[in-house]
Ligand binder design. Structure first.
Ligand code: NAD
Length: 249
């Protein structure tokens, strides 16, 4: 299928690698214009724009946890493509794993800042920009995790950040809907997807726990984000979309 996202402008944080790049690939295929952000991977950003084409893609360096960087991303998006229709809050980090009593406050805070607070900052910036467009419509997609539905025993900060994202999604969706603002907010909960975030030493054990017998590909998440970004999902709001090869079944 093509053109499911024709004329839509999407910001995809962490869109230059892993799941974010998979989402961007599906979005460009469906006719969207994409703004890809990352904090450090500038080479990945330039490579993605070279692959997709400057007419449909833009890279902006951004630390999602910094509020000032969000205005920079919105301004660059509106300057190049004229509007913001979709925000995919995808950027995230795994952080330090281990026993909770050994976790430092700094390590806890870093994960919460990048995986949860950044999603609040992104929602805030995007809602202002979406309300400024002529039709005042939009779709926000928060990439949580299966770890936002059930606790990962070795990753307390990560699970807390992803669980927080899940309920931030619900609360924002209700808040907007009750004020008759046509911006939908949903969360996506990937299971294990083959990217750099997967701990190398645990791959065999991870795969053994996935009912379909293999990890997912970044585009598996991209496809559900196409649906949520498009008008096909116009009645989907405040909902959770799990894509995990049966892990939670
Ligand atoms: P990844 O490490 O391959 O990519 C993460 C991306 O986020 C990178 O592009 C990186 O540059 C960017 N990023 C990290 N910190 C940032 C910051 N402060 N500001 C801006 N960009 C930043 O990981 P991934 O697997 O593609 O993860 C993408 C999202 O999916 C994350 O939110 C992750 O928690 C979630 N997730 C991944 C899996 C999995 O198995 N891969 C499972 C569930 C959820």
């Amino acid at each position: 299928m093509t053109d499911r996202l024709k004329d839509k402008v999407a910001i995809i944080t962490g869109g230059v690698a892993g799941i974010g790049l998979g989402i961007a690939t599906c979005y460009v295929r469906e006719g969207a214009k994409v703004v890809l952000t990352a904090n450090h991977n500038v080479d990945g950003g330039h490579a993605a724009v070279a692959k997709f084409g400057e007419d449909v893609s833009l890279f902006v360096q951004q630390d999602v946890a910094k509020e000032a960087d969000w205005q920079k991303v919105i301004d660059a998006t509106v300057a190049k493509f004229g509007r913001v229709d979709i925000l995919v809050n995808n950027a995230g980090i795994g952080g330090v794993n281990g026993a909770i009593e050994d976790l430092s406050l700094d390590d806890w805070q870093k994960v919460i800042d990048v995986n949860l607070t950044a999603n609040f900052l992104g929602e805030k910036a995007a809602i202002h920009a979406m309300k400024d467009t002529a039709d005042a419509k939009g779709s926000i997609i928060n990439v949580s995790s299966v770890a936002g539905l059930v606790g990962l025993p070795f990753a307390p900060a990560y699970s807390a950040s992803k669980g927080g994202t899940r309920l931030l999604t619900h609360a924002t969706a209700l808040n907007l809907a009750q004020r008759k603002i046509a911006i939908r907010v949903n969360s996506v909960h990937p299971g294990w997807i083959d990217t750099a975030i997967v701990p190398e030493a645990a791959r065999k054990q991870i795969i053994a726990g996935i009912p379909v017998g293999h990890m997912g590909e970044p585009e598996d998440i991209g496809e559900v984000c196409v649906y949520l970004g498009s008008d096909e999902s116009k009645f989907a709001n405040g909902a959770e979309f799990t894509v995990d090869g049966g892990q939670r079944a």
